[in-house]
Design a protein around this ligand. Structure first.
Ligand SMILES: O=C(O)CCC(=O)C(=O)O
Ligand SMILES: [Mn+2]
Length: 203
């Protein structure tokens, strides 16, 4: 399929809704749900230790460690299914990735709060390639107020349903200008597995 540019000011955001076939996405969801040693990590939030509202795993080349929200993650070695998907994503994105963060949202109550992927090891203008498997959930973006001229109205927030087998690519200044989140939903939804491929540069 093909990537389409999304209409977001001061961003560089691309979506391919047909990156993987439904059959391929279903098969990959089953393999990874089973093979990945999922963990629910504690993070510090406003000075308190709480469990993340989702399960995670970090895979990458040797040395591709990643730190966020006070967590330090050492990479697991690539599973064959992940190595194959990495190649496919690299071809679509036109760049290389040495790691991938997996997030498993078990139900509509699992979520990710607003943040930017702006950790120093990602560099100033990272390309992040996000593959979704399983349930459709809404991905939201809102402008970072400090990144836009004061006095002028801020651009509107943006909502995007991410369907199974889709590929979303965030490039360039997207992280500098926008926060993103995966909010909770009260709709009954099945599990959703999201993979964000990244290039970390502390290796
Ligand atoms: O689940 C998603 O679509 C977003 C994941 C995300 O933002 C992240 O892993 O940093
Ligand atoms: Mn993110």
């Amino acid at each position: 399929m093909s990537l389409k540019l999304l209409p977001l000011p001061a961003a560089d955001l691309w979506l391919d809704t047909g990156f993987l076939t439904v059959a391929k996405a279903d098969a990959l969801l089953a393999v990874l749900t089973d093979a990945v040693p999922w963990q629910q990590q504690p993070i510090r939030l406003f000075g308190r230790e709480v469990l993340q509202p989702r399960l995670t795993a970090w895979y990458g080349d040797a040395g591709a460690a990643y730190s966020y929200s006070g967590l330090h993650l050492e990479p697991l070695p690539w599973l064959p299914a992940l190595a194959e998907l990495r190649q496919q994503v690299e071809q679509a994105a036109g760049c290389l990735f040495n790691s991938v963060l997996l997030n498993l949202y078990r139900t509509g109550q699992d979520s990710m709060g607003y943040h930017a992927d702006d950790e120093p090891e990602l560099g100033p203008a990272p390309t992040i390639a996000s593959v979704t498997l399983g349930a459709t959930r809404t991905f939201r973006l809102k402008p970072r107020p400090a990144a836009f001229p004061s006095g002028a109205p801020l651009p509107e927030s943006f909502s995007l349903p991410l369907t199974s087998g889709s590929l979303l690519i965030m490039r360039g200044a997207t992280q500098q200008h926008w926060f993103h989140a995966l909010p909770k939903t009260t709709r009954p939804v099945g599990p959703r597995l999201n993979l964000t491929f990244r290039q970390v540069t502390n290796v």
